[in-house]
Ligand binder design. Structure first.
Ligand code: PLP
Length: 402
């Protein structure tokens, strides 16, 4: 039997999820440019430009700065397996699914990883990490800057202080925060910092930008054993991304082009303007949600991650039905909760190209329609009205008009 396969024609969705985010048309164009070889002398220039942009976005001058051929989880894996050797001790601050993943990867690397937890919806207290590490030889302290599963932001400085006291390297997952909120890798002295291409950078999924401090590079050099992962050994990956440009593996060249263009757009906008855009759009979203009588999972304003807003699902509302209606009637995708939070929260992403006033207003109107269809009482137009008010408030209006 020969089955006829039709032309590929996906629906045009607005992805208000915690990744991937929708992309600027210029990034699609970069993705469709002609392929060149990964060892082509011309491509070297493109690699240089990609690394220049990566350093600008990470705010670092580190030599080891490259896009791994992997999704964000590959970044976690690379960071952890390059730092830890068998028997090493580490502490991971766990407050959700992604920080849990760092703990899990560390445990598989035959190291002794301790988890220090916070309830979902809150950041881990660095004091708890200090207590857990007291009198022990800790090589790594790890955390997620933005915990996407709960929409929680963790401030890095307290963990840097504790890592200094313990003599440990600081490893930070910035998959959900890079290019969306203030981050200065060198100034904040993050030793290994990684991200994902498909979140606030708004490039296609499949690449994980990573950068390594000179202190961490020295620790890599003093390893007694080889990194157990050949693919993610950053020292050998630098044979390709360093000045020699020697073959290591064939990278996804088209994805590098798209990432380069997406990062060029980040720098064209300016990091500070971009951080402000994410802040202002989330404030308007929250104003709208609260005016509709909805509650947020993260109570403290300072703990809220600007890229992902976790909304409590009101009782009596069918999670699956509502999200399907958003897709079918409005072409809008939002995410549900993981694990214990499944059926309890929605996660609304405003990342990179998606963080726009038009999207906030459209989403609030669409959500209102879906809630009313399920019998939820909302004052008509309350959400959109409150968001408009938030945007026209003097302080935010200036940022939006930029
Ligand atoms: C999305 C995400 C990851 C995982 O990235 P993948 O590209 O799905 O592998 C890791 N950490 C955080 C904080 C994330 O948001």
């Amino acid at each position: 039997m020969t089955q006829q396969i039709g032309e590929l024609n996906p629906p045009l969705r607005l992805m208000l999820t915690p990744g991937p985010s929708s992309m600027d048309p210029r990034v699609y164009r970069a993705l469709a440019t002609p392929l060149v070889g990964h060892l082509d002398p011309w491509f070297r220039g493109s690699m240089d430009e990609t690394q220049i942009l990566l350093r600008q976005i990470f705010q670092t001058e580190s030599r080891i700065t490259l896009p791994l051929s992997a999704s964000g989880s590959g970044g976690i894996e690379a960071a952890v397996v390059n730092v830890l050797e068998e028997g090493d001790e580490a502490i991971v601050a766990v407050n959700g699914v992604f920080s849990e993943r760092m703990y899990e990867i560390g445990s598989r690397a035959s190291s002794k990883v301790t988890r220090v937890e916070a309830p979902y919806g809150k950041p881990v207290d660095p004091e708890d990490v200090r207590r857990a590490g007291k009198g022990r030889k800790i090589k790594m302290v790890g955390l997620a800057h933005g915990e996407t599963s709960t929409g929680v932001l963790t401030k890095i400085d307290g963990f840097r202080k504790v890592a200094d006291e313990l003599g440990a390297l600081l490893v930070v997952d910035t998959v959900a925060s890079l290019a969306a909120l203030p981050l200065h890798v060198d100034r904040e002295r993050i030793d290994v910092c990684f991200s994902g291409s498909q979140k606030a950078i708004s490039a296609p999924p499949g690449m994980s930008p990573i950068t390594v401090s000179s202190a961490a590079e020295e620790v890599f050099r003093q390893r007694k054993t080889k990194v157990q992962s050949w693919y993610f050994d950053l020292t050998t990956a630098m044979n390709y991304w360093g000045k020699d440009r020697l073959y290591h593996h064939t990278p996804p060249i088209s994805l590098i082009f798209a990432l380069r263009e997406a990062m060029r757009l980040v720098m064209e906008e300016g990091l500070e303007a971009r951080w402000e855009r994410h802040r202002v759009n989330q404030l308007a979203l929250i104003a709208g949600l609260e005016a509709m009588g909805l509650k947020l999972l993260v109570e403290k304003t300072a703990d809220r991650l600007p890229t992902v807003t976790a909304v409590m699902i009101p009782s009596g509302i069918d999670d699956g039905k509502l999200r399907n209606q958003l897709l079918d009637e409005f072409n809008i995708e939002i995410a549900g909760g993981f694990g214990a939070l499944k059926g309890k929260i929605w996660r609304v992403g405003l990342m990179g190209y998606c963080s726009q006033m038009t999207n906030v207003l459209l989403f609030l109107a669409a959500l209102e329609k879906c809630l009313i269809d399920q019998g939820f009482r909302v004052g008509s137009g309350a959400g959109v009205g409150a968001a408009v008010k938030s945007y026209t408030h003097a302080e935010t209006a200036a940022a939006v008009s930029r």
